[in-house]
Design a protein around this ligand. Structure first.
Ligand code: FE2
Length: 209
């Protein structure tokens, strides 16, 4: 295992259902000195390119297609030759931002994305968005959860294409089944662990978000 995890925070806006909000996003880079993949090319292709440096960028994996997670993906792909990966259930959201350009490849549950010795297994976790995915590597001891699981609870399910019972099923059945010491590296805000979040599942169900 030579891969390491790097991280930057970029600023921009999230728009859906006619509203727009200022947001900060976590951009995760998994790689070594030679190659890397980016998880969620948010807001700022220049900043992400600077963090990637002279490494070969193999792939841009989108945890879901809310515009704040994909708004730098095509530019980053065009400037590096990287492949944009998205679960096809999020194509309707993707097309709200990019009606004339599709992602390059479709993510499938159980697929493994390889980069620099890391093996990131795709876990389809619908609920926040229908094509939301998490990426888990037991060797890294980390799961990248996008907007499915945060420090303090599930991602938002109040807007279009979201469904609270579905995100609860995804979190309970797919994420809380991971080892408790697994780092949870999120799409926004602070990191957490599976073990820190798991005891709160019933609270989240009771409060409904
Ligand atoms: Fe989102």
């Amino acid at each position: 295992m030579t891969a390491r995890i790097e991280h930057l925070v970029t600023s921009g806006q999230f728009s859906l259902d006619g509203g727009t909000w200022d947001v900060e996003n976590n951009v995760w880079i998994v790689g070594d000195d030679h190659e890397a993949i980016v998880i969620d090319a948010a807001h700022d292709a220049d900043a992400i390119l600077e963090a990637v440096g002279d490494r070969r960028l193999k792939a841009i994996v989108c945890t879901h297609a809310h515009n704040d997670h994909i708004d730098a993906a095509p530019e980053l792909a065009d400037r590096t030759g990287a492949t944009i990966w998205l679960h096809p259930d999020d194509l309707p959201l993707w097309k709200q931002t990019y009606p004339d350009r599709d992602p390059d490849a479709h993510l499938v549950d159980g697929q493994v994305i390889e980069a620099a010795g890391a093996d990131l297994t795709v876990i389809h976790t619908p609920g926040h968005a229908p094509g939301a995915v998490c990426l888990y590597d037991p060797a890294l001891g980390a799961v990248f959860t996008g907007d499915t699981l945060f420090q303090g609870g599930p991602g938002a399910t109040g807007r279009s294409f979201s469904h609270f019972p579905t995100i609860i099923d995804s979190i309970r059945d797919r994420l809380l089944a991971l080892p408790p010491d697994t780092k949870v590296l999120t799409g926004h805000g602070e990191s957490t662990t599976i073990g820190a979040e798991a005891p709160h599942l019933e609270e989240w169900i009771a409060r409904g978000h």
